[in-house]
Write a protein that binds this ligand. Structure first.
Ligand SMILES: [Zn+2]
Ligand SMILES: [Zn+2]
Ligand SMILES: [Zn+2]
Ligand SMILES: [Zn+2]
Length: 190
């Protein structure tokens, strides 16, 4: 601190007009064009602001998210991602997947796999919502994720000798494959 400000700074927002000292308060934020962020015009400190979502895409910065897609003919007309509607599953299958996703979420948490935990958590929410409203959508990567964990769950039922559950899960696996073939196979269909 300079001797000039011995008896107190002369603050203009976050900066002292006399000695140039800074404080982390009262920044003068101005928006940054084409970005979902603002910058302090005095000290340059950035901060992010909320996206302006139009469905799955931000009108301001172009970021996309995996919700709010506008589905037309199995594709999102906003971001172009391939989408499957949840109404192709029976309520029984929806609860089977929801349970499997809850297990995947717990496993992800236990093993410190944040991506797994987060993806599973989002899918649990999607399927709980679907069981209430009958609506929802999935991307190819969701289906691949579900397929992976239903496979694991089915094999535990096979191991423990629970035939009925094993059969139910194997049927679900077949269905997952039918409605969402792997990228390689589906590129021949589309
Ligand atoms: Zn000062
Ligand atoms: Zn500032
Ligand atoms: Zn944005
Ligand atoms: Zn979209």
């Amino acid at each position: 601190m300079s001797i000039k400000c011995l008896f107190g700074h002369k603050w203009n927002g976050c900066k002292c007009e006399r000695c140039g000292a800074k404080r982390n308060t009262e920044h003068k934020y101005i928006p940054v064009e084409g970005n979902c962020m603002e910058k302090c015009s005095l000290c340059g400190k950035p901060r992010s602001i909320e996206h302006k979502w139009n469905g799955c895409k931000c009108e301001q910065c172009g970021a996309t998210r995996d919700e709010g897609h506008l589905i037309e003919n199995g594709k999102c007309s906003i971001c172009g991602i391939k989408i499957l509607s949840i109404d192709s599953f029976t309520s029984d299958e929806i609860s089977m997947i929801a349970v499997t996703m809850a297990i995947a979420q717990a496993a992800g948490k236990q093993f410190g796999e944040r991506d797994t935990e987060r993806h599973a958590e989002a899918l649990v929410k999607t399927f709980i919502r679907a069981s209430l409203t009958g609506r929802g959508s999935l991307t190819q990567s969701d289906i691949d994720f579900i397929h992976r964990y239903v496979t694991l769950r089915s094999s535990t039922f096979h191991t423990s000798g629970d035939r009925l559950e094993a059969e139910k899960h194997d049927k679900l696996l077949l269905k997952l494959k039918l409605i969402a073939p792997t990228e390689q196979a589906s590129s021949m269909l589309f």
